[in-house]
Design a protein around this ligand. Structure first.
Ligand code: ARG
Ligand code: ZN
Length: 415
């Protein structure tokens, strides 16, 4: 039985306090390491279990590893001994964090004040700005846009979903979410960019766009998202805590969905970054999504979930090396989307099943959506490929969003 523990307003851990201590990543590094050699894999496994390094991502051939400053000497020596080569992608993580989200210049500040909302896509914004933007759109375009909360996060924040539709009978439906993982800031930024594009230009949009009822949930994990702004820039999970005897906080929401829950690539250990939670949909954020899908009359033909990083268009299955019966359709549309991205912005996205291209990981939202019968289900890993990783400078928001809007248009033409 899970007992909810209401945080004490006066403790420094108060999740809503603005002045919690910020984790300093000075001297921490990120390296890209080729892992084709089994020897390397062994060393990496050991360093990981000794908590000297953490995985930031990777695929079958290479891994990005995060190294704490106090482990640097040790890890460098291990790599030297094993004759392992690596590229230093990030020399000082805190420096990257400090440069990631610079203040707006005067022109932009002035613009921001003249609009009815505060979103700019020149900066990463706090949850209040994102929610304020959604509410502004609902108020401004009531005939096509509605916003409602599909539930509450663990700490009580709204899970705001925005729907855009001209109300025509016979429309298809597409569901798009972002921000499942707290630190992947580019994801809510890109999803809100899509929302802005469709909302502000709906009457001049193509029929492909207008013939779809769009459902957007830009921040699935608002507690984690705010936590990355206030305390720990690299937090991944949600913020549920006080479970059983464990003192660790959070479950990986992308291991908590109820299809083949508990399988490969997920952990039963609450301190793990890929902790699957105590059961399928044990977390309020994933539970709210499952309830929404259970109760809606909409028939979705596509489900897109935006993550970072790596530049991949991934389709099911993720739980293990297996492919859905219609994988050729998914592959073909995925490749058309990748082509649109390349033509628009020049970025290369790899297309494939997530288990095949990356690694098996059970309990993902994509697999669950596919299991509901939603045909075009993709996890999109946005930019970059590791130069900045999760700490992608805000100046990348617009180019990344623009090229991905081109991909979304391709998808809309196919559903
Ligand atoms: N980077 C994502 C994650 O690890 C990929 C998820 C792909 N989908 C899956 N069901 N494994 O959560
Ligand atoms: Zn992610």
């Amino acid at each position: 039985v899970e007992k909810e523990i209401i945080p004490d307003e006066n403790t420094p851990e108060d999740p809503l306090a603005e002045t919690v201590d910020r984790i300093d990543y000075s001297g921490a590094q990120v390296w890209k390491v080729s892992i084709e050699d089994v020897q390397v894999q062994r060393i990496i496994k050991r360093l990981t279990s000794d908590k000297l390094i953490e995985s930031w991502g990777g695929n079958h051939s290479s891994l990005d590893i995060f190294i704490k400053p106090k482990a640097l000497e040790n890890v460098t020596a291990e790599f030297k001994n094993g004759d392992i080569t690596y590229d230093i992608m990030i020399e000082d993580l805190q420096q990257r964090i400090d440069e990631e989200n610079p203040p707006l210049d005067e022109n932009e500040l002035e613009l921001q004040d003249r609009r009815g909302h505060r979103m700019t896509w020149k900066q990463y914004h706090r949850l209040d700005d994102i929610h304020g933007f959604l509410d502004y759109l609902a108020k401004t375009y009531p005939s096509i846009i509605s916003v409602n909360s599909i539930g509450k996060s663990y700490e009580g924040r709204d899970l705001k979903m925005l729907r855009i539709s001209d109300g025509k009978a016979g429309n298809k439906a597409v569901f798009i979410d972002g921000g499942i993982h707290a630190r992947e800031w580019i994801s809510p930024a890109v999803v809100t960019y899509f929302i802005n594009q469709f909302a502000e230009n709906f009457d001049v949009e193509s029929d492909d766009i207008k013939n779809i009822d769009w459902y957007f949930l830009p921040v699935v994990n608002p507690d984690g998202y705010e936590y990355t702004h206030r305390s720990d820039r690299l937090w991944r999970k949600n913020r549920k805590y006080g479970l059983g005897i464990s003192t660790c906080t959070g479950a990986d929401l992308n291991r908590n969905f109820g299809y083949r829950w508990g399988g490969k690539g997920s952990s039963g250990y609450p301190c793990s970054d890929i902790y699957r939670g105590s059961g399928p949909f044990s977390e309020p954020e994933t539970k709210a999504i499952s309830e929404f899908f259970k109760n809606t009359a909409a028939k979705f033909s596509a489900y897109l979930t935006y993550h970072s990083y790596g530049q991949y268009l991934l389709y099911p299955w993720g739980y293990d090396n297996a492919l859905p019966a219609d994988h050729k359709d998914l592959d073909s549309v995925g490749n058309q989307m990748a082509e649109a991205i390349r033509k628009t912005g020049g970025s290369q996205y790899k297309v494939g099943s997530s288990s095949g291209l990356l690694y098996p990981a059970a309990g993902g939202s994509d697999d669950w959506a596919k299991s509901l019968g939603i045909k075009y289900t993709y996890t999109i890993e946005l930019s970059d490929t590791g130069r900045y990783g999760f700490v992608l400078p805000a100046s990348y928001i617009e180019p990344v969003a623009r090229e991905n809007l081109a991909a979304l248009r391709v998808l809309a033409s196919q559903v």
